[in-house]
Ligand binder design. Structure first.
Ligand SMILES: C[S@@+](CC[C@H](N)C(=O)[O-])C[C@H]1O[C@@H](n2cnc3c(N)ncnc32)[C@H](O)[C@@H]1O
Length: 297
């Protein structure tokens, strides 16, 4: 009962705050941050050894770390997703970014693809009431919009939200318009396969934490430097698939190695970001990129 009252109260407080000061989109981001943080309280990303081994065998990696809420908000502000967009997080882990996209953007579909069955199950269990939350948020936001005439944040009704438990290389991504992949630890051959797969989807925008290997249809755009749970300054590379022109192949660079970056780096200052300290990291190893497999129980 208390739980059921919590969300409306949190949202009501946010609206009161919005009325008290001037309406500010960041109020919503802040409130959703709390909603998501509450939802994920006590949920970890630790998985058994056999799952780690199976995940590594895909050519990617079971190593875990997360993009933080504020960094997602920066990317969403850049992406300006509309009700025509379909967002995928490839390697969605516990599903926080997918949840944030669903709650705070206008996309018609926010979807995660996660290889680990344990992480997939935790993502689906944790977010099982999300459609209800989105419905309530929609009503509240509509009131704000009526009063202030501001453009919609989550205006799409009947959005789709969910996760698939599978290798991202086997996922049907034909409806994707934007994908994010926290690819820091994925191997070069895997990245080539992923890039070639994504390159089939003309118009697709790709956000990746490592530069993509060469594909003639994949064009590099801006780079954002943003906090993740393991580092305050992680580059996030934006690419666009465009079949109407051919990307220049960097001289002397083989297909499966990283491209030379030509675009300027956009550094974004994000307020109030909590990057995990070393002490916190020891307490919550799943929040940090767990390079040493044996340290994660
Ligand atoms: C660094 S975590 C990122 C979690 C989340 N996307 C975020 O940024 O907060 C990468 C995730 O990719 C998953 N993964 C690794 N290989 C995969 C594959 N071949 N297909 C789908 N998911 C994979 C891992 O299990 C892990 O949960």
């Amino acid at each position: 009962m208390l739980k059921r009252l919590m969300l409306p109260m949190v949202l009501l407080c946010s609206i009161t705050a919005a009325f008290a000061s001037s309406y500010d989109v960041m109020d919503f981001y802040t409130d959703y941050k709390k909603v998501i943080a509450d939802m994920y309280q006590g949920i970890d990303a630790i998985i058994p050894e056999e799952e780690r081994t199976a995940c590594s065998a895909t050519g990617a990696s079971p190593v875990y770390g997360e993009i933080v809420y504020e960094s997602c908000a920066v990317l969403l502000a850049e992406l300006k997703l509309t009700e025509n967009d379909v967002f995928y997080d490839l390697g969605s882990g516990l599903g926080k970014f997918v949840t944030q996209v669903y709650l705070t953007s206008a996309v018609k579909k926010a979807w995660g693809v996660e290889f680990s069955e344990n992480r997939y199950k935790r993502a689906t269990d944790t977010t099982k009431n999300l459609a209800k939350i989105q419905g309530q948020a929609f009503k509240f936001e509509n009131e704000i919009r009526k009063t202030f005439g501001k453009s919609a944040l989550t205006k799409t009704k009947g959005k789709e939200f969910g996760f698939d438990n599978m290798d991202m290389l086997k996922a049907d991504l034909s409806d994707a318009t934007v994908v994010f992949t926290c690819s820091t630890c994925f191997g070069p051959e895997f990245m080539q396969k992923l890039t070639d797969k994504l390159a089939e989807n003309d118009g697709l925008r790709i956000l990746t934490l490592v530069q993509l290997p060469y594909n003639k249809h994949v064009h590099e755009g801006a780079t954002y430097v943003l906090p993740m749970t393991w580092s305050a300054e992680t580059p996030v590379y934006m690419y666009k698939v465009d079949h109407s022109r051919e990307a220049k192949k960097p001289e002397g660079v083989a297909e499966a190695t990283a491209q030379v970056k030509e675009e300027p780096v956009v550094s974004v200052v994000v307020p109030e970001v909590q990057v995990v300290s070393e002490e916190q990291a020891e307490e919550t190893p799943e929040l940090v990129l767990d390079f040493a497999d044996e340290e994660v129980k």
